[in-house]
Design a binder for this molecule. Structure first.
Ligand code: PGA
Length: 255
């Protein structure tokens, strides 16, 4: 019922030229319309135009941004507005990534404003939540993720919830080569869905896609995607290589 989403988070990698090269090298098979699978890449802001130009006409790969501001246009030096993302045609925006939380001081209240702004603009937010290693070791990971989820999504209606994507990204698994086991991922995804059901109702909770993120790659994607509540991946490192990204899309297509 929920289609799989394979979304690449390029972080601060891939300038316009590398972005054009990526699309030139990407397998046609990863760009065709696959029933039940969505593929997307989220380049840095300066490479978004290059991504739209380089994407072959008819390609099904969607394009997203990695952040957006919660205000309309105006005096916010260094920021980007939803109207700018709309003008380019961005489908997605990643919000609340742990790197934004850790290095740029974003908290649930700020992320919540951004989620509402993106929804109002018709750009699908990919809302990230996840615990750090110390929190897991202290067995506080469920509480942390519950609080982040509730705070980031505060005030949304059930209909709005259906329009968002959630990414569970245990911080200890991001860029470390260490991955949550399929059981750990499923356990947390099921927990998030249960919390969403309590707040927004079963139907909305059953609709929302929950991606796993944290060192997902072709070698481990199949067993993660086989979990009933894992609806795709938010992929950093492995999404930078066209061959790996193509393989991830193929693995999703085979589910
Ligand atoms: P990674 O990053 O796949 O390189 O671990 C995932 C993410 O941070 O979104």
């Amino acid at each position: 019922m929920r289609s799989i989403l394979i979304a690449g988070n390029w972080k601060m990698n891939m300038g316009p030229k590398e972005t054009a090269d990526f699309f030139a090298q990407l397998d046609d098979s990863a760009q065709k319309n696959i029933e039940g699978v969505d593929a997307a890449v989220c380049p840095p802001f300066v490479s978004l135009s290059a991504a739209f130009s380089a994407r072959k006409s008819g390609s099904a790969v969607k394009i997203g941004a990695q952040n957006v501001h919660f205000e309309d246009n105006g005096a916010y030096t260094g920021e980007i507005s939803t109207s700018m993302l709309n003008e380019l045609g961005c489908d997605f925006v990643i919000l609340g990534h742990s790197e934004r939380r850790e290095y740029f001081g974003e908290d649930d209240a700020i992320i919540n404003k951004k989620v509402k702004k993106a929804l109002a603009a018709g750009v699908t937010p990919i809302v990230c939540v996840g615990e750090v290693l110390a929190e897991r070791k202290e067995n506080r990971h469920f509480d942390v993720v519950k609080e982040q989820t509730a705070g980031s999504l505060a005030g949304l209606s059930a209909d709005e919830l259906k329009k968002i994507v959630i990414a569970y990204e245990p911080v200890w698994a991001i860029g470390t080569g260490e991955t949550a086991s399929p059981e750990q991922a499923q356990e947390m995804h099921a927990f998030i869905r249960k919390e969403l059901a309590a707040q927004f109702g079963e139907e909305a909770a059953a609709t929302v896609r929950i991606l796993y993120g944290g060192s997902m790659k072709p070698g481990n994607a199949d067993e993660l995607l086989k979990q009933p509540d894992v609806d795709g991946g938010l992929i950093g490192g492995a999404s930078l290589k066209p061959s790996d990204f193509s393989q991830l899309v193929a693995i999703a297509a085979a589910q």
